[in-house]
Design a binder for this molecule. Structure first.
Ligand code: PMT
Length: 399
């Protein structure tokens, strides 16, 4: 899986917070994603973490001081500022926020930020009192006003043992945010995209539901692919164990009827709907108010009524609609029939009997089925790559 981080140059500034140890994981994950990560440690950061750790993880020199110029870099802050696609400061202390707001440049990190014009992303980490103080809040507002992107801080248990807002956002959240910032001018910039995911749950009684094996992975991967290309993404998800994708608007629903309402309202003014959700075709006609008790009978009959077809029912002036078709046999014929019946622009036919494909897997083997040309069979790919391949094919329809 190749994301927008691949081949990017990122300066990772680490400042003196107990959360500095998490920056090692961050540097490692960014490097594994194919980014060239230049780490800058402030003097106080070096009280918490060391040069060897970051040099080892990134395979690159680490900058520590304005007057300890790194032989490979020349004048560190000028070179770093010129080549970076993005500067990330994680963790960022109250002190660095104050210096950045004032334009103080007494170390490599502040000098790099001042010398550069690339996006600056800041993940603060500090005591809740320090974060909430009028001085820090004023500095945050000043920096936001200059277009700086803030991630967190989150609320929770702090190093002091107190509970409050000051925890650095966890690494996956920071990475998702970076991808969104790097992709903000992508080929879907200015587009509103709605994606559905997961398997709907139809109540039988307060305890039991009718559902299916969808994990949500396919829809979540499409949502992230669209976000990384600059789209404003709304993800309508049936219950799923997956974490909420950063910089995506998430609406969680239960039943098909709830999903229909959420999809209809999100589609108003949107450009694209991709229905990756596995929607229950039927629901119990009369869900019980109380838990159904076991009786002496050998069988229990639950009457089902049909759910509305969500994708067929959604309309919009300029809405392009894509449906999936989860099939076990006659894949293309069945997908063709759904293309017509649902009035969609493209069907992603999904052979759920193929190995490593369909429900719960990280990969998928799909065939794009068009109204006006031959089907296009894709190889087995990571679900994120399937999302990108799909968006590549949808893009001309949007234009
Ligand atoms: O979530 P994962 O574990 O990653 O699995 C991915 C997936 C297998 C669920 C996904 O790739 C997939 O194939 N999703 C569609 C599953 C499905 O319900 O297919 P279907 O053939 O029953 O429905 C056809 C299309 O109509 C789908 O886009 C569905 O969202 C939509 N539909 C179905 C019923 C209904 N009442 N309203 C709808 O809009």
């Amino acid at each position: 899986m190749r994301t927008i981080l691949n081949g990017k140059s990122i300066v990772l500034g680490v400042t003196g917070s107990i959360a500095a140890f998490k920056a090692a994981d961050l540097a490692s994950k960014l490097t594994q994603a194919g980014a060239a990560v230049d780490v800058v440690l402030t003097r106080s950061a070096q009280e918490f973490v060391g040069v060897a750790t970051f040099a080892g993880l990134t395979h690159r020199p680490v900058s520590t001081g304005l007057y300890e110029s790194n032989s490979e870099l020349g004048i560190d802050h000028v070179v770093l500022a010129r080549r970076a696609d993005l500067v990330l400061i994680a963790p960022a202390t109250a002190n660095i926020l104050a210096k950045l707001a004032l334009g103080v440049t007494d170390d490599v990190l502040t000098a790099t930020v001042l010398a550069g014009s690339q996006p600056l992303v800041i993940a603060p980490a500090m005591d809740a009192g320090m974060y909430g103080s009028p001085a820090t809040q004023a500095n945050v507002e000043t920096l936001r006003g200059r277009g700086v992107h803030f991630i967190g801080p989150e609320s929770g248990r702090l190093a002091s043992g107190l509970v409050g807002q000051g925890r650095m956002t966890e690494v996956p959240g920071i990475i998702g945010h970076l991808r969104a910032v790097l992709g903000r001018n992508g080929d879907l910039a200015g587009r509103r995209v709605v994606v559905s995911a997961g398997g709907t749950e139809e109540a039988i009684d307060p305890v039991r539901v009718l559902t299916n094996r969808s994990s949500g992975k396919m829809g979540y991967a499409i949502a992230e692919a669209a976000r990384d290309r600059g789209a404003d993404v709304t993800l309508i998800s049936a219950p799923s164990a997956l974490p909420s994708p950063p910089c995506v608007t998430l609406a969680t629903v239960g039943s098909a009827l709830e999903m229909r309402d959420a999809v209809q309202s999100a589609c108003a003014g949107s450009d694209l709907l991709i229905m990756a959700a596995a929607v229950s075709d039927y629901r119990p006609a009369n869900p019980a108010d109380q838990k159904i008790k076991k009786t002496g009978d050998d069988s229990l009959i639950i009457e089902l009524v049909q759910n509305p077809d969500i994708v067929a029912g959604v309309t919009g002036d300029r809405l392009v609609k894509v449906a999936f078709a989860a099939e076990t046999n006659n894949i293309i014929e069945n997908a063709d029939a759904k293309l017509l019946a649902k009035g969609v622009d493209l069907i992603v036919a999904n052979d759920i009997t193929a190995e490593h494909s369909g429900f719960g897997t990280d990969t998928n083997a799909v065939t794009f089925v068009y109204p006006d040309r031959e089907p296009e069979q894709m190889p087995l790919m990571d679900k994120f790559d399937v999302g990108n391949a799909l968006l590549d094919r949808v893009l001309p329809l949007l234009n």
